[in-house]
Design a protein around this ligand. Structure first.
Ligand code: F6P
Length: 347
């Protein structure tokens, strides 16, 4: 038997529920099943640049499954981003520290930006494995990333709560959800929460059509409406989605309108049961890839199964909601307004 493998784990980009479950999944499987040594790296790639690390024993990984956030800390450090002349060569420093720390593999838990950096480091000769996490569900190549299911539950509950207050006051309620440049969270939470209008970046919207649709609901004696908008929709002058849409509705319908921006509540707190399981599967699969020295891969979930694809396939891409997604078709068949083709199927 050769010397035990030594792996480093880092978490980068925006946090989300389930990261600690993934750290535990990789770390425990690596230690218990494969006899490896595990090093935790602080604050994403910044920790690898500044060599801020800590050994992680099996005991250190106990009791973290249900914890939100990340025990390692995170940052949005992008080491390959070009800075001015004279700035430190971060990729070079990372390679040096990887070698000094005697790492056999680096596990990068993060979203699209992190997976791109992971690929760049693997192109530089490091052994790297990526694990996708994000509430946005926009990591290319995987049907689901952990974090999404937990955020979906929080966003759905928030929309549920808007129904009662909207009904009491006969108002239109606009709620803005996260999702970066994609509409996965808004589409799913909008459908789960009974949104009447759902606006996502992947589908263009027409203010007149939205207002007509809301007026039509009022004519049909529907006392209130819920409008769920993604933060990434296009707005004039880059105004925030909630601000613009609420103003556009009040001006166009003269109905009393209120807005809510759910914000970071969507990213905080304990992971859902599904996210705990997905993160554990991802982590344990990552450890198996390392044991087989099958590097340069990102773990994915496709058709309910855990597997992996080359990081090269993922890097620099975003997973958008397809315009013919089954949930979009279902929304249309329920006469939910998606911004343009609000046709009043049952006038
Ligand atoms: O990618 C996760 C996410 O929460 C997005 O939904 C949001 O646009 C962004 O991060 C917010 O970033 P920050 O944490 O840098 O404010």
């Amino acid at each position: 038997m050769g010397k035990p493998k030594r792996i480093g784990i880092l978490t980068a980009g925006g946090d989300c529920p389930g990261i600690n479950a993934a750290i535990r999944g990789v770390g425990k499987t690596a230690i218990v099943e494969h006899g490896m040594e595990v090093i935790g790296i602080s604050s994403g790639f910044a920790g690898l640049i500044h060599k801020e690390v800590m050994p992680l024993s099996e005991a250190d990984l106990s009791g973290i499954l249900t914890l939100g956030g990340t025990i390692l800390g995170t940052s949005r450090e992008k080491p390959f981003k070009k800075k001015g002349n004279g700035s430190i060569d971060k990729p070079k420093l990372i390679k040096k520290n990887y070698k000094d720390l005697k790492l056999d593999c680096l596990v990068c838990i993060g979203g699209n930006g992190t997976q791109k950096t992971a690929w760049q480091l693997s192109e530089e000769g490091l052994n790297v494995i990526g694990i996708p996490k994000t509430i946005d569900n926009d990591v290319y190549g995987t049907d689901f990333s952990f974090g999404f299911d937990s955020a979906l539950a929080i966003a759905t509950e928030a929309i549920d709560r808007l129904h009662t207050t909207a009904n009491s006051h006969k108002r239109i309620m606009v709620i803005e959800l996260m999702g970066h440049h994609t509409g996965w969270l808004t589409l799913y939470a909008g459908m789960a929460g009974g949104g009447d209008v759902i606006l996502i970046p992947e589908l263009e919207y027409n203010p007149k059509a939205v207002n007509r649709y809301l007026l039509d609901r009022a004519y049909k004696m529907k006392p209130y409406s819920i409008v769920v908008v993604a933060e990434g929709i296009a707005t004039p002058n880059g105004e925030s989605a909630a601000d613009y849409v609420a103003r556009m509705i009040e001006k166009g319908t003269h109905m009393e309108t209120r807005k809510t921006v759910l914000g970071y509540i969507q990213r905080g707190g304990s992971p859902s049961a599904n996210d705990r399981i997905l993160a554990t599967r991802f982590g344990s699969h990552a450890a198996a890839l390392i044991a087989n020295e099958d590097y340069g891969k990102m773990v994915v979930n496709r058709y309910g199964e855990t597997s992996s694809i080359p990081l090269a396939e993922v890097a620099g891409k975003t997973r958008l909601v397809p315009q013919d997604h089954s949930l979009i078709r279902k929304a249309r068949s329920l006469d939910i307004c998606l911004g343009n083709d609000c046709l009043f199927i049952n006038p």
